[in-house]
Design a protein around this ligand. Structure first.
Ligand code: ASP
Length: 318
């Protein structure tokens, strides 16, 4: 039986002009590391959901991405993270929002799914649940990152929020640091049983207001999985993704209108989302192992690895 894993590390103004050889190497190594982590689970006959968690944990632990360790700073100068996980075989889901000091938010989302009796926990309640379930906590310093901090310093006195992968912002940092970091992360997988799952993890947007929650942890907006249709993880400016219920809309187009995975993704990302000013993209798989990368931005960090040993890592548009 075959299996497929797809991942993303954020979408935005990612072009050759804002990258360099060194950065490409770093992102390539990080994306391949995440693909390997998920692939190992799937190749041993493991569940799609576990492969998704393994791939996302790998990216959360890597400061290159805006998730877990590399999370951006809020208006108050803190790191508040959101994450979600959904299992397409039984439609179980777990989400957390506005959590701090959690090493791996996707692990907490899985714990919420399996052991809380709820779907969505936020803020202090999520923290209390994490503590009582032995979820690993880390001090504020774990999340400190000079580039992200400087990025926040530039706009903290304004009311602007900022996708961490806006090209202008990237450019202004690249010459100084050479290792500018960005990218919400996500994964979707189809396992050898034909079950699918999806997960997303993010630090959100730089300078976001205290308590702001994006699309990533909202089931049906940034994350969704259903064996009957597809498993989806989104990335981009969260507010339009929330308003367009992007992930569930793709699933509905397949379920109710019989669209193919590709046609459904294209309709939502390249038409409906653009009409309401939404920029970003998604990764998707279906229960036959078909996969899609779809984005309306200049680029999206992305990768795929399957049972045939095929591996793809890419950044830019076609
Ligand atoms: N969608 C995320 C949010 O709005 C950000 C991103 O994908 O980069 O929180």
């Amino acid at each position: 039986m075959s299996f497929t894993l797809v991942i993303h590390g954020g979408a935005g103004n990612i072009t050759p002009a804002i990258m360099n050889e060194e950065l490409e190497k770093e992102y390539s190594a990080a994306l391949k590391g995440a693909l390997d982590s998920g692939h190992e689970v799937l190749s041993k006959g493991g569940a799609a959901m576990d492969a998704v968690v393994a791939a996302i944990v790998s990216m959360e632990n890597c400061p290159l991405f805006n998730a877990g360790r590399g999370s951006v700073f809020t208006k108050k100068g803190l790191n508040e993270m959101d994450a979600a996980l959904m299992n397409g075989s039984n439609l179980m889901a777990g989400s957390i929002a506005g959590v701090r000091n959690i090493r791996n938010p996707i692990v907490l989302a899985r714990e919420v799914m399996i052991h809380s009796g709820h779907v969505f926990l936020a803020g202090e309640g999520a923290a209390e649940f994490a503590l009582s379930h032995g979820i690993e906590m880390v001090p504020d310093e774990y999340f400190f990152n000079q580039d992200r901090y400087d990025q926040w310093l530039e706009i903290r006195h304004t009311n602007f929020t900022q996708l961490d992968h806006k090209g202008d912002n990237l450019k202004s940092h690249l010459p100084d640091t050479g290792d500018y970091k960005f990218g919400t992360v996500g994964a979707a997988a189809c396992d050898v049983q034909g079950n699918i799952a999806a997960g997303t993890s993010t630090g959100g947007m730089t300078n976001k207001r205290f308590g702001r929650i994006g699309d990533s942890p909202v089931i049906g907006a940034g994350t969704y999985a259903n064996n009957a249709t597809c498993a989806i993880s989104c990335t981009g400016h969260g507010e339009p993704f929330l308003r367009a219920c992007v992930a569930h809309d793709v699933s509905c187009l397949m379920e109710y209108k019989g669209l193919s995975l590709k046609a459904a993704c294209d309709t939502v990302i390249k038409d409906k989302l653009i009409k309401i000013g939404g920029e970003g993209g998604l990764i998707a798989v279906d229960a036959k192992g078909n996969y899609e990368f779809c984005f309306n931005s200049n680029g999206m960090y992305r990768g795929m690895k399957n049972s045939e040993g095929k591996e793809v890592v890419a950044y830019y548009g076609e």
